[in-house]
Design a protein around this ligand. Structure first.
Ligand code: NAP
Length: 253
């Protein structure tokens, strides 16, 4: 077992995950970065060694839309003490509910729902008694709002928000030490729209949207959520800042 502690970030090869890895590295946190594109993860590792050469960066290539690969990823990390686990990997789907492209949509569900369910529950099982352990799941403002036109995507994010809020309530009720937190971004300039729509070209967010955050800003908001005591960090369109709050979904006490 390594004597160092690590922060796992899935979906670290671009966007919010890439920038989150950098802000955690700037805090001196050792990292385990996960995605499918190895070349991007290697570039990130190099960038991090320029930020702080003492930060240890472990790379894991995994396709998290495969349940087997998600489980194998978790098992491959059993020698690393993990102080924080960030389930950030996620994507939108092509088409809408009237014209479902099932293979594409099911791939999204496997990534946004199955992988988050698998990795959250294994991490909670093993770290619930560990002081300071945090599970941070990246949902969306669509995890709290039905958005016609993106019905299936937001349904996956309702799952992420409800799961994470429920875990945090169970942890507190059971007297466990682990905290579970939800980051709910709004529009953020990343590869998200390009990937969801399978576009060849990068999307220029400043042409397409009047209000959006940068991935760097969102990573800073994730760090605020990490540092705070609240369960939910939701992007507030009025201020374009993060609003920290207690669980938001209706619940039985
Ligand atoms: N951007 C937004 O407007 C927005 C708004 C609300 C919520 N979010 C959420 O924010 C999170 C991060 O997205 P982003 O905006 O930063 O998008 P992004 O730039 O497209 O990043 C997505 C990340 O997920 C990884 N990923 C995708 N499919 C994967 C798979 N099958 N297995 C493993 N990793 C996979 C990608 O890496 P590889 O392709 O290398 O595998 C990439 O690192 C997502 O959960 C998204 O739903 C984004």
């Amino acid at each position: 077992m390594s004597t160092k502690k690590y922060t796992v970030i899935t979906g670290a090869s671009s966007g919010i995950g890439y920038e989150t890895a950098k802000v955690f590295a700037a805090r001196g946190k050792n990292l385990i970065i996960v995605a499918r594109r190895l070349d991007r993860l290697e570039a990130l590792k190099e960038e991090i060694s320029a930020i702080d050469p003492d930060v240890d960066v472990v790379i894991r290539a995994a396709d998290l839309s495969s349940n087997d690969e998600a489980i194998a990823l978790y098992e491959s990390l059993k020698d690393y003490p993990i102080e924080t686990w960030v389930n950030n990997a996620g994507r939108g789907n092509r088409g809408d509910i009237t014209d479902p492209e099932l293979p594409n949509t099911l791939g999204m569900i496997h990534l946004n729902v199955d992988a988050v369910a698998i990795l959250s529950s294994l991490y909670v099982r093993d770290y619930k008694e560990v002081e300071g352990a945090q599970l941070i799941n990246v949902s969306s403002i669509g995890g709290y709002l039905v958005v016609p036109g993106a019905t299936m995507y937001v349904a996956t994010k309702f799952f992420v928000s409800a799961l994470t809020e429920g875990i945090d309530m169970e942890m507190q009720k059971g007297g466990y030490k682990l905290r579970a937190k939800v980051l709910a971004p709004a529009t953020t300039a990343t590869e998200f729209v390009q990937t969801a729509n399978d576009l060849d070209e990068a999307v220029d967010y400043s042409q397409k949207y009047t209000r959006f955050s940068t991935a760097e800003e969102m990573a800073g908001f994730l760090l605020e959520l990490y540092d705070g005591d609240k369960t939910v960090g939701e992007m507030d369109f009025a201020t374009m800042k993060i609003k920290l709050s207690d669980p938001k979904h209706p619940h039985l006490c």
